[in-house]
Design a protein around this ligand. Structure first.
Ligand SMILES: [Zn+2]
Length: 234
């Protein structure tokens, strides 16, 4: 077999492997994007959860403050009733207010207690969820890191193959290289194997004359239809 044919065969194999690697790299891109999306979703869900807890705590504190304010108001009115000289009308009014405020204070105190219990319970749940979230994050980040390593390996392999490919191209006779470059603009696979008696690039049947030249293996043969370089299988 002529050297040009050997080099073309090598080139075809290199291109096939490079094509395969490009496909795997594209798959890795997708996987990595999906993992980043899951990480983002988990973070967002956790942020919403923390906000819900913060709001619950805020409501409980507001209710407690309201109860304290009501209590202060009752004391103030009671002090007036006990120690100040006031009109009968005002006394009646203050007594009525104290009655109303006491009922309100009972209600507020009960609500504040119930809310404080709920906050405590929710804080326990939140701590568990935070722990689960940290574990989930660590797991996703480990997966992303593993993908990064795979990518680095593939990039290195791709670089080596491309260097080898450049070297093979450089060793091809100029007219073959020129034709190869032209074919590359049209096809991802300028060098193809013969499948039965058909070009595996365009799938059309090859003439007997072309098959004969291929079997002799002395010169570079191209498909009479699509012009791709042809090779017989090993
Ligand atoms: Zn063809």
């Amino acid at each position: 077999m002529s050297e040009a044919l050997t080099l073309l065969r090598l080139l075809a194999e290199l291109d096939h492997t490079l094509h395969h690697i490009s496909g795997r790299l594209a798959d890795l891109d997708q996987e990595e994007a999906a993992l980043h999306a899951r990480l983002r979703e988990a973070d967002e869900a956790m942020a919403r959860r923390r906000e819900a807890h913060r709001k619950l705590r805020q409501t409980a504190l507001e209710r407690t403050a309201e109860a304290d304010a009501t209590d202060a108001k009752i004391r103030e009115y009671q002090h007036k009733l006990d120690h100040e000289i006031i009109s009968y009308k005002e006394m009646e009014f203050l007594r009525e207010q104290v009655k109303i405020l006491r009922a309100r204070l009972d209600q507020l105190s009960e609500e504040a207690l119930r809310l404080m219990d709920a906050v405590e319970e929710d804080a326990r749940k939140l701590a568990e969820e935070e722990q689960h979230h940290r574990e989930r994050r660590a797991q996703l980040e480990a997966e992303i890191q593993a993908l990064g390593k795979k990518r680095a390996d593939l990039d290195r392999e791709k670089g080596e193959l491309e260097a080898k490919r450049g070297e093979v191209l450089g060793r091809l006779p100029p007219f073959v290289r020129q034709k190869y470059d032209q074919l590359r603009l049209r096809f991802p696979n300028p060098v193809v194997y013969v499948d039965g008696q058909a070009c595996s690039g365009c799938h059309l049947r090859l003439s007997e004359a072309t098959m004969l030249k291929l079997r002799e293996g002395r010169e570079v043969v191209t498909c009479e239809n699509c012009s791709r370089f042809l090779l017989l299988r090993w």
